[in-house]
Design a protein around this ligand. Structure first.
Ligand code: NAD
Length: 336
C-alpha cells in the first residue's frame, strides 16, 4: 500500500500540462503515493459538475488532508465564486506561505533574495461581502477578526522559529484603516511581545514597504500581511526572482493543506507545451516537506537547482527554448 494519498487537481489552462510534469517528477523521485485525481475550475463544469469546486473534490481533500492543485481560471465579474476562495474558506486554509528565493542561473536585478511571505487567507476584502447601496453605488466590506489576525500572526512566528528565520515585518495601512489594519498589527505585536520576543519584529506602511522591496529586497526576511496585500506583494516579490514561473505556494490550515504555484492558468500559452512546470514542482517540494519526506524533497530541489544553474534546458519564460517535457526530462535525469 502507498504511504501517502494525495489529491491532484490539474485545473485549467496550463494546469494539466504542469501537473502532469510534476507528477512524473514525483513518481521518478521514489515517493510512495497514491493519486486521487479530481477536477476543479472550468474543467469541472466541462465534466458536467454544477460547481467549479465539486463536492466530491472538496470531500476528497477533507478525507486525505493533502492536495496538489494546478491553477484554475476564475471568471471575472460574474459566474461562480472563485475555487481558491471557496477552498480556503471551506478547509479553513488560513495561511498562505510563499517563499521567494533567488535561483542560481536565473538572471535578475538582485541576487541572494530569500523572503517568505505569510498571507492571511480567509478574510480582509476577500470575505466576499459586497452590496449595492443604491444603483451606481457598491461597497465591498473589509473584515478583520481578532481570532484570524492572532492565528496568522502566531503561525508566522511559529514558522519563523521552526525555520530559523530572524525577523518578521508586517506590511499594513493602519494609518488609514485604523480598525482593520490596526487590529492586524496589534495582534502581531501582541504575539511577538508575549510569545516570541526572540524573533525580531517591525511594521512598515505598505506603500513605503513596496518601494523598499524593489530598492533593496535583501533587507527583508519574512513578511506578514493581510489577504489582499499578500496577494499583490507575492507577485511583486515573484518578479524580483524571475517571475511567476519560479515561485511556489501553499495554503495551510490546522486540518488540511493545499499546495499550488502562485501563477494562474496562463490562457495565452495553454496547450502549447511551453509552460514552465517549475513553480508547481517547487510547490510539490513544499508539500514533501509538509509530509516529512525531507530526503525526497531535497533530492527534487537539488535536481531542479542543477538544471536551472546549468541553463541548457530552460523554458521560454526563463529565456530558454525548452518545452515543458524537455525541462521535465532534464530534471528527472538529475534525480539521484
Ligand atoms: P497568469 O499567472 O496566468 O499569467 C500571467 C503571465 O505569466 C502570462 O503571460 C503567462 O503566460 C505567464 N505565466 C504564468 N505562469 C507561467 C508558467 N508556469 N510558465 C510560463 N509562463 C507563465 O495570470 P493571469 O493571466 O492574470 O490569470 C489567468 C487566469 O488564472 C485568470 O482566470 C486568473 O483568475 C487565474 N488565476 C488562478 C490562480 C490560481 O488558481 N491559483 C492564480 C492566479 C490567477
Amino acid at each position: 500500500m502507498a504511504k501517502h494519498t494525495i489529491v491532484l487537481i490539474p485545473g485549467d489552462g496550463i494546469g494539466p500540462e504542469v501537473m502532469s510534469a510534476t507528477r512524473r517528477v514525483l513518481e521518478a523521485s521514489g515517493l510512495s503515493a497514491e493519486w486521487v485525481e479530481l477536477p476543479a475550475g472550468a474543467a469541472a463544469i466541462d465534466q458536467g459538475y454544477d460547481n467549479v469546486l465539486p463536492a466530491r473534490t472538496l470531500a476528497a481533500i477533507q478525507a486525505h488532508k493533502l492536495a496538489l492543485k494546478g491553477p484554475v481560471t476564475t471568471p471575472v465579474g460574474k459566474g461562480f465564486k472563485s475555487v481558491n476562495v471557496q477552498l480556503r474558506k471551506a478547509l479553513n486554509l488560513y495561511s498562505a506561505v510563499r517563499p521567494v528565493r533567488s535561483l542560481a542561473g536565473v538572471k535578475t536585478r538582485f541576487s541572494d533574495i530569500d523572503i517568505v511571505i505569510i498571507r492571511e487567507n480567509t478574510e480582509g476584502l476577500y470575505s466576499g461581502i459586497e452590496n449595492e447601496v443604491v444603483p451606481g453605488v457598491v461597497t465591498s466590506l473589509k473584515v478583520a477578526t481578532e481570532v484570524a489576525c492572532t492565528r496568522i500572526a502566531r503561525y508566522a512566528f511559529r514558522y519563523a522559529t521552526r525555520r530559523h528565520r530572524k525577523k518578521i515585518t508586517v506590511f499594513h495601512k493602519a494609518n488609514i484603516m485604523k480598525l482593520t489594519d490596526g487590529m492586524f498589527i496589534n495582534s502581531a505585536r501582541k504575539i511577538h511581545e508575549e510569545e516570541y520576543p526572540n524573533i525580531e519584529y517591525d511594521e512598515v506602511i505598505i506603500d513605503a514597504g513596496c518601494m523598499k522591496l524593489v530598492q533593496d529586497p535583501n533587507r527583508f526576511d519574512m513578511l506578514l500581511m493581510e489577504n489582499l496585500y499578500g496577494d499583490l506583494v507575492s507577485d511583486l516579490c515573484a518578479g524580483l526572482v524571475g517571475g511567476l514561473g519560479v515561485v511556489p505556494g501553499s495554503n495551510i490550515g490546522d486540518d488540511a493543506a493545499v499546495f499550488e504555484a502562485v501563477h494562474g492558468s496562463a490562457p495565452d500559452i495553454a496547450g502549447k507545451g511551453v509552460a514552465n512546470p517549475l513553480a508547481l514542482i517547487m510547490s510539490a517540494v513544499m508539500m514533501l516537506e509538509h509530509m516529512h519526506e525531507d530526503a525526497i524533497a531535497k533530492k527534487v530541489q537539488t535536481a531542479y537547482e542543477a538544471v536551472i544553474a546549468e541553463g541548457k534546458t530552460l523554458t521560454r519564460d526563463l529565456g530558454g527554448t525548452a518545452s515543458t517535457d524537455q525541462f521535465t526530462d532534464a530534471l528527472i535525469a538529475k534525480l539521484k
